[in-house]
Design a protein. Structure first.
Length: 287
């Protein structure tokens, strides 16, 4: 298929590589062209603007950093919606606000485009290996139509309802991740202080009832002092803020998620480590 892809970060690069591997004609845009070089070297084509990455393509994926970036990409002078055509599929995989996903759906549908919100889970490993989990909102017929392409970079996809529903599902996912990240961090801090062999602790805890994705994927990285981002800490903080904004709208109090947000605010806003991976949370204890 002819695919436009906007955003060649850690996650986007892995997804694009899988789309290229399946023989698609992929045109990419990124604010910094140098960050797109890895996929250009593999056969992707370059577009100078989001509009250029949209024109003439059957599906346009967007995967950028923050809700404001999503707004810029879709509503800017050279944005996606400036040139979107009837019949195109516009799929935003950024973790963003449900209300923004709903707004894009309304404005896209005015042009006859099919709009889907499709945030993902699985980190850099899932993007690279094509084993992501995709959470979808929009019209069911539109989701079914793009499913064969989603399956080229994911192990599973799940439909949750109208526009914005995929974003709500991703917020729920990030609430769960917040618990596993803080749990892993405090577990390692405790075990180290108690003088335990941390490799053995990870192996033992990971084979019992406390096993979780964060522990098995990020625990070994922490022990190696590897804080490169499988997922940026600054983006995870953004996700937690969105989840808590939505919880407030529903009159929900989520104290554990609030505490995780406070810890990541210390890491990102106070210590300036937002470009580290989420596993860098342990730096609050291990300076």
């Amino acid at each position: 298929m002819k695919i436009g892809f906007i955003g060649t970060g850690v996650m986007g690069t892995g997804i694009i590589n899988n789309l290229l591997k399946h023989g698609n004609d992929v045109t990419v845009y990124n604010r910094t062209k140098a960050h797109a070089q890895a996929v250009l070297d593999r056969g992707a084509k370059w577009a100078a603007t989001p509009a250029a990455a949209t024109t003439g393509n059957e599906i346009v994926f967007t995967m950028v950093g923050f809700p404001q970036d999503v707004e810029d990409v879709y509503y800017g002078q050279d944005g996606v919606l400036a040139v979107a055509q009837a019949g195109q599929y516009l799929v935003d995989m950024t973790t963003s606000r449900p209300s923004l996903a709903q707004r894009i759906a309304i404005d896209g549908e005015k042009k006859g485009a099919h709009v889907v919100d499709a945030p993902v889970s699985g980190g850099d490993v899932g993007a690279k290996n094509g084993t992501l989990t995709v959470m979808l909102g929009g019209q069911r017929a539109d989701v079914d139509a793009i499913a064969p392409v989603l399956e080229q970079f994911s192990a599973s996809w799940h439909y949750f309802g109208p526009a914005g529903s995929g974003q709500h599902a991703k917020a729920a996912n990030q609430i769960m991740i917040a618990g596993t990240m803080t749990g892993m961090t405090e577990m390692l801090v405790y075990a180290k202080q108690a003088g335990l062999d941390l490799n053995e602790v990870i192996k033992t805890v990971g084979s019992g009832a406390a096993a979780n994705w964060s522990l098995s994927n990020y625990g070994p990285r922490v022990l190696k002092g590897d804080y490169t981002p499988g997922f940026f800490a600054k983006h995870f903080l953004k996700d937690l803020r969105i989840a808590l904004e939505e919880a407030d709208k529903m009159d929900l109090n989520l104290p554990a998620t609030k505490e995780a947000k406070h810890l990541y605010e210390e890491l990102v806003d106070e210590d300036g480590l937002g470009s580290d991976g989420t596993q860098a949370l342990i730096k609050l204890w291990w300076k």
